[in-house]
Design a protein around this ligand. Structure first.
Ligand code: C6P
Length: 400
């Protein structure tokens, strides 16, 4: 893992060496990605799918190559199944609107889980309100794992879609999505996976999983902000109407009406973020050069190491302790408010996230005002964790 590719890691914060442990919020970008963005604007910037001129052809080619790269990266059957969006939130909102228009009627049910990020709750709530449908959620067991027996009981003839996070952004726990997909498919129900916290950390293969939709964000996987992906099986996407109008999503526009373009363009209204897709392509190259298995192994070792050291500190409660995690750990120290811990860590150069992590129903379920969350990326190492643990001990001493 080459830390030198990430110049920001050499920065100091409050006069202290930065230790960046907030990767679940957004990852840092390697030089290769930053340079790709500069290269795009310096040498071939031009709107895509519109011009016959040289630069436009280059830009169009780069965007479509990126689509092929993403398709191969997640094991999609075809690049037509890859829709570029602004990020996970945008992907889920697009799906909720479009799927809702086509398939959701009064009394229908959609199932999410009790540990979702707001981005995988609110779009479905909005849809349910619009269509007088019902949003159900898989309850959690005491150890904060999904109650799969309850999930089986929730699935019924009324269920039209299941949408669950692969990895919890609060707990780091990996959900049994293969089992969820199998059970839902037995009832003929499609499944959307929120891959925001899994795709950056492990190999996710949509055909092996047989998920129907997958949403993820470029900025959490070493790519830029403003680019994300909605994968959908072609047989589903073909049946869905566009969620936005204008730009390349049309076939013909007449005063009498508009016909829509084919996949994937039907879902990409307006000028696409072609510089973002190019930079995402470079980010995937970077992850593949490092190796997905190597990233997963490295982050697992860091997580285990950190959880062990945290567990040795008196008064620390780790949530979902001992369960396999993908690079994320949430904890609290006695009754000390997580903001206070986060602030004292920040003063020592350690960047962590505190609060509800945009997953209020889960935080309510745990029954705390929030948590302190550390999350790892491929460039973190044991020294980062040692610095964090030393800073945490100091913070606890001050706050106790
Ligand atoms: N979670 C975190 O600090 P966007 O913002 O669209 O790129 O991703 C939304 C999102 C959806 N699902 C999950 C599981 C997520 O973790 C996130 C983003 C960040 O936990 C920012 S709130």
């Amino acid at each position: 893992m080459n830390r030198d590719d990430f110049k920001i890691l050499k920065e100091t914060v409050h006069g202290r060496q930065l230790v960046y442990l907030d990767n679940a919020a957004t990852s840092q970008k390697p030089q290769q990605v930053i340079e790709a963005i500069a290269e795009a604007y310096n040498t071939w910037n031009s709107n895509i799918h519109r011009g016959v001129h040289h630069l436009s052809q280059i830009a169009t080619g780069k965007h479509e190559e990126a689509r092929k790269k993403v398709a191969a990266f997640i094991g999609a059957k075809s690049s037509d199944e890859i829709i570029f969006t602004k990020g996970t939130t945008d992907s889920i909102n697009a799906l909720a609107f479009s799927f809702g228009e086509a398939f959701i009627h009064e009394g229908d049910e959609i199932i999410v889980s009790g540990l979702e990020h707001h981005s995988n709750i609110v779009p479905w709530q909005m849809l349910c309100e619009r269509k007088k449908a019902v949003l159900r959620h898989i309850p959690l067991r005491e150890d904060l794992s999904l109650d799969m027996e309850a999930f089986k009981a929730l699935l019924s003839g009324k269920t039209k879609l299941v949408s669950v996070a692969h990895v919890s952004n609060v707990l780091g726990t990996i959900q049994p999505i293969a089992e969820i997909i199998r059970l839902a498919h037995e009832q003929g129900v499609p499944v959307c996976i929120d891959g925001a916290q899994s795709v950056p950390h492990m190999k996710v293969d949509v055909q092996a999983l047989d998920c129907d939709f997958l949403a993820f964000s470029g900025h959490k996987m070493y790519g830029p902000t403003g680019i994300g992906v909605l994968y959908g099986k072609k047989e589903w996407l073909d049946q869905l109407p566009p969620h936005e109008g204008g730009g390349e999503m049309i076939n013909h526009v007449r005063w009498s009406g508009t016909t829509f373009n084919e996949l994937p363009y039907k879902f990409e209204a307006g000028t696409p973020n072609f510089v973002g897709s190019y930079a995402l392509h470079k980010a995937i190259d970077y992850m593949e050069q490092t190796g997905l298995e190597a990233i997963e192994k490295h982050e697992r070792e860091l997580t285990n190491y950190c959880e062990r050291l945290l567990g040795e500190i008196e008064g620390v409660t780790i949530y979902a302790a001992g369960q396999p995690k993908a690079g994320v750990i949430s904890f609290n120290v006695g009754a000390i408010h997580p903001f206070d811990v986060g602030t004292l860590l920040d003063q020592q150069g350690i960047a962590v996230r505190t609060g509800h992590h945009c997953a209020e129903p889960l935080i309510d379920e745990i029954g705390v005002p929030g948590t302190v969350r550390v999350s790892f990326g491929l460039y973190n190492d044991k020294d980062d964790i040692d610095s964090f643990i030393a800073a945490l001990k100091k913070a606890i001493m001050i706050l106790s």
